[in-house]
Write a protein that binds this ligand. Structure first.
Ligand code: NCD
Length: 332
């Protein structure tokens, strides 16, 4: 039995079932309390980590997750400059190369939306491909760790939660993946999508949430102060300047986003048990003065990324083994 839609690949956050998510979170909790007892779960497995866009947390936590499960890792960073991609090689050919080297898993961050799904087609059903961010598309493992962080705070899935997501909601892949995933897991969630008019939430996400009858409101004015006491979760994100080439445009964008900064006086208006999240890296939208506020959870959120990614790899490996055994029994 396939544990989630699209198995073994992880491409978009809406592919997971609720039962898989809860199992994943349970395993992440178990790993964080006894990480050493999971060493060896990926022994004799090789993981290619292929990144052509900048990364600190996603890259490092995936490398550590693989190593702590006992896998060997081929870490390829800066691929746009320091690999054959710089000579014009495609991601698909890069995947073909690693298949010849008997690599088992692929973890890929690539600049173009849809590129990781194409890589998964090349890799085929025996080689899991995990999307670590496909341009302005999705970042499903970030959404998993964000949702794990929220779940650890609130546990009760039926509780009504109000989630504000702020920033570049058009290009911010973490915002897309999180909205899909929370929309799936929390039936009583309501969203405020807060952004400048030119960076409103991607229409496909809005359409999905409407289709699933989830409440949402788009706010294109900087009204954070007024809305502050409504939020249970406030998810800040940075303007995605890298998707705009010219310097003038970038300077104009920074001005556009300045009124959307989270200031300490806004935080004081928030409910005492509300939490502030950010996928990081932050720029000016989340000033360091907020770090010591008891509502700040973004550093714990970052730490959760390691346990969650270990759990995800462990669950996929576990399911791969049962699928392979099932197939073998079927053939015999
Ligand atoms: C995010 C990303 O790369 O999408 N970073 C991350 O993986 N934690 C967020 C961002 O870059 O804004």
């Amino acid at each position: 039995m396939m544990p989630f839609e699209g198995f073994p690949h992880v491409i978009q956050s809406q592919q997971f079932s609720i039962s898989f998510l809860l199992e994943l979170f349970r395993v992440a909790n178990a790993i964080r309390s006894r990480p050493e007892s999971y060493f060896g779960r990926l022994i004799n497995r090789t993981v290619a980590i292929l990144f052509d866009q900048p990364s600190s947390r996603t890259f490092a936590s995936f490398v550590l997750a693989c190593q702590r499960l006992g896998a060997s890792v081929v870490p390829m960073e800066h691929m746009a400059r320091f690999s054959s991609v710089a000579k014009g090689e495609s991601l698909e050919d890069t995947v073909r190369m690693f298949l010849e080297y008997d690599v088992d898993y692929f973890i890929i961050r690539w600049h173009e939306e849809g590129s990781v799904a194409r890589a998964a087609e090349v890799a085929g059903p025996e080689h899991p491909v995990i999307n670590a961010g496909d341009g302005p598309g999705q970042h499903p493992t970030q959404a998993l760790l964000d949702t794990y962080t929220i779940w650890r705070e609130f546990y009760d899935l039926d509780r009504p939660i109000v989630v504000g997501i702020v920033g570049d909601l058009l290009n911010g892949r973490t915002a897309h993946s999180l909205a899909y995933l929370l929309g799936k897991l929390f039936p009583n969630v309501s969203f405020f999508f807060i952004s400048p008019e030119s960076a409103r939430m991607k229409p496909a996400v809005i359409e999905y949430l409407h289709r699933h009858s989830r409440h949402l409101q788009e706010v294109t004015k900087p009204r954070l102060f007024e809305l502050a006491n409504a939020f249970d979760v406030l998810y800040m994100t940075r303007p995605q300047l890298e998707y705009h080439d010219d310097d003038e445009q970038r300077t104009a964008l920074i001005e556009l986003y300045k009124p959307f900064v989270l200031t300490p006086d806004i935080v004081e208006e928030m409910k005492p048990d509300a939490i502030i999240l950010h996928p990081l890296p932050r720029t000016f939208e989340l000033p360091a003065e907020i770090d010591t506020n008891p509502r700040a959870r973004y550093f714990q959120q970052m730490g959760n990324g390691l346990w969650l990614r270990m759990a995800l790899l462990e669950r996929i490996e576990n399911a791969r083994i049962s699928v392979l055994t099932e197939n073998r029994n079927h053939e015999a």
